[in-house]
Every structure is written in structure tokens, then in C-alpha cells.
Design a protein around this ligand. Structure first.
Ligand code: GLN
Length: 481
């Protein structure tokens, strides 16, 4: 029998309902797995072991008494630590929120709890979601389970690594410019950034509101569909959220026209390019014609993204001023002249860089030159993509232009770090859905394929991913840990 920590989410639910094992057995197995691998991988910032065990007991009792259980009953879910969880501290991997315990659940957390999911803990990220490696976490970096010397990607690196390493069965991440897809690609798991508005952002601690979405990270397309349907929907607490049709696992695949984005191929490492061509062959095998396509305005994506994301970050982070959020000082400790420098010490270098860039591009005299221009370029790119989606059902390319790299390789040069997001920011700027699917390895390091579709075209992403997953056989668990 498959080990309990290797089961997919839907297999856990099946096993529990059929009485093959109890929720307590399964939770205990995952906790043992965590004990073994966490000292090497460091996926978690906070673990709620007691909470998980008592939730398991509740599920077991319900099963025994033949009460109805939810779609994810008993399944262990890990949560990125920028999503608010009532009673469990939510740090955003920042020192400034080290002791912050939310008094309410994010809407996605409420939905997961209603589905019976067991929340095991909070997963590591780059501080406030700013970064692509988890090296900017103010706690400690997460390591890639496939090669502990390499980064797991970011900013949802804890989520990607924990799912790959079997420390949780599924996870939630957030994606502002690639933060779900980058770690999914680097850790060989599946991650989806939904269409802007499909999933409520209420309770997601804001980095750049106009770009970000919460989304699932899983080891199978089937699990991803279950999770996506649970967290999707209109929420009165988030006015940018919208109703959407539920997604289903396809019975058979209808022909989809696929465009391979030329610019993303030529800009990538050779091993990565090879894998994308391999995937395009597989597309042909499942009856989907592929041809190369060019996106004229693609070179505007990265500068536009970093201008807008920093602008929004600078305004969002203004609340961490020690008045509204921050540290409690007793009267004796409070000193007016060190008040603001204390705030500064509690932000990491990258976060401070974004605040400075953001304030600059929003300041009078530069607003039109940078911020407004970036917004116009964003619209231009979106319009071009929407035009392309009239002809193509899917646009594909590598999720990441390079393989997972070693720690420290890019941390001293912010531009080098920003450049790795070149393929992923497109979907956030355009508000369209995008998925990263494992398609191969080079030297033991994972490679992911990115598929993008028109707004609310998640069903097409799932249709294609489900078929590809069946014919591209990717090992699911690293042997090294
Ligand atoms: N790496 C990108 C950034 O630093 C994207 C991060 C994210 O999606 N949260 O902004």
C-alpha cells in the first residue's frame, strides 16, 4: 500500500471514507514525515500540531457516526504565511509581524475549514511575498527538496517545498508576479494562479492588490480542481471577486489550439527549451496543434510589473508604522527619536528597496513618467494577449527561464533576481489564469511548463494539464530526503 504521506488529497478522502485508515493515523504519519525532513527543508514558519490532531479526531468521530463530511475532509493543507488564520500567527516572513495573530480567517481559510480540511501550519515565503527564492524570508530560507543546495523558488517556496517533500498533501500560495508558479516549477509540483477575481483576496495580506491572487499547489490535477472549486467564488468582503463556473475533470479532450511564445523560448536555457519542445510534441499527441507565436509587447512586461508592484507595495506597507501594526512599546521603552528607525530595522533590505522605488514612482513629477506609463504598458500587453486568445486557446512556454539555482547566486543583484520572473509576470499584468505543470528534469532539477488562457479560461488549462499529466510520467517524490 502507498504510504499515507504519499497519498493525493482525493485518495486520502477515499481512504478515510472507506475506513482504510483514520484521520489520526494519517496526521500522525505526516507529522513523522515532518520530523524527518523539516530540519533539512525548513518549509514551515509555524506548526499547529495540536490543532491538526484535534481536527483529525473530530473528522474521525464524524466518520464513525456516519455524519456527512466535506470534500477535503481530513486532508492536510499547508498555508502560505501571508494568508490570515484566526488564532494562528501570520508573519508574512517579516519581523514586523512576528507576533501578529489575526482575529479572523481569510475567506479561503473559512472555505477550506468548511470543506473539512485540516490546517497544519504556516509556510515560509519571501518577506511579504517579495522575491523568487525564499532567501528574503526573515526567518530562514527554505531548501529545494530535489536538491538541498538549490532554492525552491519563491515567494511561496515553503508551499512548493512542503508539497513536494510530503509535509502536507496540498497547499495554498499567493501569486503577485509568479509566486505560485515559480516554486511549483522548481519543486516539480502543480500550481495555478487563477484569473484575477476568481478567488477572494479577503484576508490575504496585501503586497500588490491589482496583481495578486491566492491559488492551489498540489501533486495532481485532480486535487487542484477540488481545491480551486472550494476557494473560488464571489465574496462580499472582496469587491474585486466574481462568480465563476465550477471546473471539472474532463471526460475527453476537445481540440485546443496552442501557441508557443517564441520570445520565452529564445530567452531560456537550453535544457528548459528542450523540455518545452518535448511538451509541444505531447500536445500534438493529444490532438492539439501547436505553432510559434510572437508577443510584440512582451519586453514591457517586467519593467511595467516592477514599477506597479513596487508602487502598490509602498502604499500597502505604510500601515506597518508601529502605530497601526508593529510592536508594542511600554511607556518607558518608547523614544520619539528612535521610533521610525525601529520600523526600518524590522523590514528587510528587499522590502525597503520596494518601498523606496514605489514611493519614487508615485511621487509628484514622476507619477506620469513612471507609474502612469507602466499602467498604459500593462493595458497594451493585456489587449495584445486578449487578441491572441481569439485565435489560440492556450499560450505556452517555460514557467521559469532557468533551472533551480544555488543559494546566494542572485541575492546580491536585485536585477538578476527580478529577471527570473520574466515569464510569469505576464499573467498577473493581464489578469489571466496560468498553470505550471511539471514536464521533466535536467541533472535532477525540475522543469515546469506554463500554460496561460483567456480570463476565466481555467477549464481549458485543466483539460490540457489533465491529459498531459497522464502521458508525461514525472516522479512525484524526491529520493534524496
Ligand atoms: N518575484 C516577484 C516579486 O518579487 C513575484 C512575487 C510574488 O508573486 N509574490 O515581486
Amino acid at each position: 500500500m502507498t504510504r499515507l504521506d504519499e497519498l493525493l488529497a482525493y485518495e486520502v478522502v477515499e481512504g478515510l471514507t472507506e475506513g482504510q485508515f483514520t484521520a489520526e493515523d494519517y496526521v500522525t504519519t505526516i507529522l513523522k514525515r515532518i520530523e524527518k525532513v523539516e530540519p533539512k527543508v525548513h518549509s514551515f514558519i509555524t506548526l499547529d500540531t495540536d490543532g491538526a490532531l484535534s481536527s483529525a479526531k473530530i473528522i474521525d468521530k464524524k466518520l464513525k457516526e456516519k455524519e456527512a463530511i466535506g470534500q477535503l475532509a481530513g486532508v492536510i493543507v499547508g498555508i502560505k504565511d501571508n494568508i490570515s488564520t484566526q488564532g494562528i500567527r501570520t508573519t508574512c516572513a517579516s519581523k514586523i509581524l512576528e507576533n501578529y495573530v489575526p482575529t479572523y480567517d481569510a475567506t479561503v481559510i473559512k472555505s477550506l475549514k468548511e470543506s473539512g480540511a485540516i490546517l497544519l501550519g504556516k509556510l515560509n515565503l519571501d518577506e511579504f511575498g517579495m522575491g523568487s527564492t525564499t532567501e528574503y524570508s526573515r526567518y530562514q530560507p527554505t531548501r529545494n527538496p530535489w536538491n538541498l543546495d538549490c532554492v525552491p523558488g519563491g515567494s511561496s517556496g515553503g508551499s512548493g517545498a512542503a508539497v513536494a517533500a510530503g509535509e502536507c498533501t496540498i497547499a495554498l500560495g499567493s501569486d503577485t508576479g509568479g509566486s505560485i508558479r515559480c516554486p511549483s516549477s522548481f519543486c516539480s509540483v502543480i500550481g495555478l494562479k487563477p484569473t484575477y477575481g476568481r478567488v477572494s483576496r479577503y484576508g490575504l495580506i496585501s503586497y500588490a492588490n491589482s496583481l495578486e491572487q491566492i491559488g492551489p499547489i498540489c501533486r495532481s490535477v485532480r486535487d487542484l480542481v477540488i481545491m480551486l472549486n472550494i476557494i473560488s467564488g464571489k465574496d462580499t468582503f472582496d469587491n474585486t471577486s466574481m462568480p465563476s463556473n465550477p471546473i471539472s475533470i474532463p471526460k475527453r479532450l476537445n481540440k485546443l489550439n496552442v501557441g508557443i511564445i517564441k520570445e520565452l523560448i529564445t530567452g531560456s536555457d537550453q535544457e528548459v527549451t528542450k523540455s518545452v519542445y518535448f511538451a509541444s510534441e505531447k500536445f500534438k499527441e493529444i490532438g492539439c496543434p501547436c505553432e510559434e507565436v510572437s508577443i510584440k509587447n512582451l519586453h514591457y512586461a517586467l519593467p511595467s510589473y516592477y514599477t506597479l508592484a513596487s508602487a502598490e507595495a509602498s502604499s500597502n506597507l505604510a500601515r506597518y508604522d508601529n502605530l497601526r501594526y508593529g510592536f508594542d512599546y511600554s511607556i518607558g521603552e518608547y523614544k520619539w527619536d528612535t521610533y521610525f528607525s525601529n520600523v526600518r530595522e524590522n523590514f528587510g533590505e528587499e522590502v525597503k528597496r520596494r518601498i523606496l522605488i514605489g514611493s519614487y514612482v508615485l511621487s509628484s513629477g514622476y507619477y506620469g513618467k513612471y507609474y502612469l506609463k507602466a499602467r498604459r504598458l500593462r493595458s497594451l500587453l493585456r489587449l495584445e494577449l486578449l487578441e491572441l486568445f481569439k485565435k489560440y486557446d492556450l499560450l505556452i512556454g517555460p514557467t521559469m527561464p532557468i533551472l533551480p539555482f544555488k543559494f546566494g547566486e542572485k541575492i546580491d543583484d536585485p536585477i538578476k533576481m527580478y529577471l527570473v520572473d520574466i515569464n510569469t509576470v505576464i499573467a498577473n499584468l493581464a489578469g489571466i489564469p496560468a498553470i505550471s505543470l511539471p514536464i521533466g528534469f535536467s541533472n535532477g532539477l525540475p522543469i515546469g511548463l506554463q500554460l496561460m488562457a483567456a480570463p476565466f479560461g481555467e477549464q481549458k488549462l485543466i483539460d490540457a494539464s489533465y491529459e498531459l499529466e497522464k502521458i508525461i510520467n514525472i516522479p512525484r517524490r524526491p529520493n534524496s530526503i
